[in-house]
Ligand binder design. Sequence first.
Ligand SMILES: Cc1cc2nc3c(=O)[nH]c(=O)nc-3n(C[C@H](O)[C@H](O)[C@H](O)COP(=O)(O)OP(=O)(O)OC[C@H]3O[C@@H](n4cnc5c(N)ncnc54)[C@H](O)[C@@H]3O)c2cc1C
Ligand SMILES: NC(=O)c1ccc[n+]([C@@H]2O[C@H](COP(=O)([O-])OP(=O)(O)OC[C@H]3O[C@@H](n4cnc5c(N)ncnc54)[C@H](OP(=O)(O)O)[C@@H]3O)[C@@H](O)[C@H]2O)c1
Ligand code: HEM
Length: 472
Amino acid sequence: MSKEVNSESVSLCPLSTPAATEQEMLCIFGTGDLGRSLGQRLFQTGYKVVYGSRRPHSCGPLPPGTQAMSHVAAAQSARLVFVCIHRENYNFLETLAPQLKGKVLVDVSNNLKKNMYPEANAEYLQRLIPGAQVVKGFNTLSAWALQNGPSDASRQVYVCGNSLEAKQAVIEVATKLGFTVLDRGSLTAARELEDFPLQLFPEWRLPLQLATGLTAFFFFYLLIRDVIYSYVVNDKDISFRIMASLANKVFPIVSLIMLSLCYLPGVIAAFLQLYRGTKYKRFPDWLDRWMLCRKQLGLVALALASLHVLYTLIIPIRYYVRYRLAAHTISQIKENKTSPFDTTMAWRTDSYYVIGILGFGLYLLLGITSLPSVSNVLSWREFSFIQSKLGYLTLFFCTFHTYLYGWDKFLQPSSYKWFMLPGYMLSLVVPSVVLVLKLLLLLPCVDSTLTRIRQGWERTDPEQERKKLLLT
Ligand SMILES: Cc1cc2nc3c(=O)[nH]c(=O)nc-3n(C[C@H](O)[C@H](O)[C@H](O)COP(=O)(O)OP(=O)(O)OC[C@H]3O[C@@H](n4cnc5c(N)ncnc54)[C@H](O)[C@@H]3O)c2cc1C
Ligand SMILES: NC(=O)c1ccc[n+]([C@@H]2O[C@H](COP(=O)([O-])OP(=O)(O)OC[C@H]3O[C@@H](n4cnc5c(N)ncnc54)[C@H](OP(=O)(O)O)[C@@H]3O)[C@@H](O)[C@H]2O)c1
Ligand code: HEM
């Protein structure tokens, strides 16, 4: 008898169903990689394991303590059967329909591509053996993870199925194996579960694409503006600068832009809420998606900023820098000249280094708090204080560092080679916009309205209000 499952909740009470009493003996169809690993773990956890195989007497070495039989015999000896066979070979199971009637079949299969078949593998299995109770599960684990026990990457097991009892029997086994079980509802969720292992860092895709796109753009922009310009106009080959100087411009520029892109969606969201006068309307999808990948945007930006810091460390030992320094000193000795100490220059360089260091320190703090082991011990308020308040301070320091680096170069015509702005000037556009918009949001009248909206207050349309009054 199968009950339809409506909720995602999992009952924590011990089972008193037949599944609980019969779970001592479990059956696995297929003696391949997953079947063997699963059998070994099940046996180590205290279950008896029997394999259903095409060649029970010559299927190779099985985990000690387990035995192999024909599919028919194995199916009859257990109530729960793990089908560790590729979907392409499911057809033969149809002939076992009488033996599998009333059994719980766990479909662990995955596909090589999304949408390979019109229906999910688990639904196909259910169609082949309508008398069985199919549960999709364990497919997100690898044979390797099963052999080595739950690790950080694979502590979770997803299950879905139409029969609550069957699902509970599977959940109990998974829990005994040490996994955390997430119930995804009925068997219609099977396709979603089968797609999970095919995803490759989905939430990193957009930030990495953005970082690659921006890096490529600024690399070619600065190549033309600095290296090719010098070659064409001054007849000087400074292509060696590509390795260190150019890279040390591209990385911090892209990092600063990406850092500001972490905070831009929050500002847009705040203005949307102010405009709509309510927080109860959904944000557009693109904004939702943008907000959801801010962590990854931030971490990629941090990686690029770290590269900038490492590149900066090698500046004094670079051949080009040492050569320029020595040549300058020699020419001064020859001409018997000394440059006067420039206090403004000392202020400028010290300030931009120190502000850069402070910015980088806070950047690291944001990165550290985003580690699950750290964020788990912080309260929501503490996490939000660091990520939001100190995050804006980080953006401010990094932007200020870049403004100080530019100093009076903004006013020098030589900065605009071939009418192209220096890279750092371009990098200042988005962060400056974000900081100005944030300042506007901090104005007392705006801030108080936003706070009220976030506490649930809604602005009502005076026209609608009048109509309501007239009606009442
Ligand atoms: C190195 C690094 C690591 C990062 N790690 C993480 C991370 O681990 N996790 C993460 O999420 N981000 C991370 N980020 C991104 C960023 O720091 C955070 O997303 C930060 O919280 C954004 O702050 P915010 O003020 O713009 O947004 P939020 O505080 O999220 O606010 C955004 C919008 O949400 C709405 N909102 C906020 N509070 C309320 C409320 N009480 N009621 C109703 N609506 C509300 C408002 O519309 C607001 O404008 C990281 C960034 C960096 C640089
Ligand atoms: N390997 C993993 O890490 C992993 C992870 C998650 C999910 N999965 C899924 O688990 C299932 C098994 O994967 P696997 O890696 O263990 O595959 P495998 O090593 O190829 O083993 C499959 C087993 O299926 C049986 N089999 C093969 N052809 C058959 C046929 N024509 N008819 C009946 N049985 C046949 C064989 O067992 P007998 O010779 O004993 O009959 C074979 O050992 C697949 O659906 C896969 O998507 C695997
Ligand atoms: C330890 C911290 C830091 C130090 C010591 C430092 C130092 C420097 C130096 C020496 C330069 C000039 C490089 C050159 O002459 O080519 C520079 C430029 C720059 N820095 Fe930093 N920096 C630090 C952190 C940061 C951080 C966290 C950011 C933010 C992303 C950042 C953004 C920039 C930008 C955008 C430039 C201009 C690049 C260009 O176009 O030349 N810096 N920094």
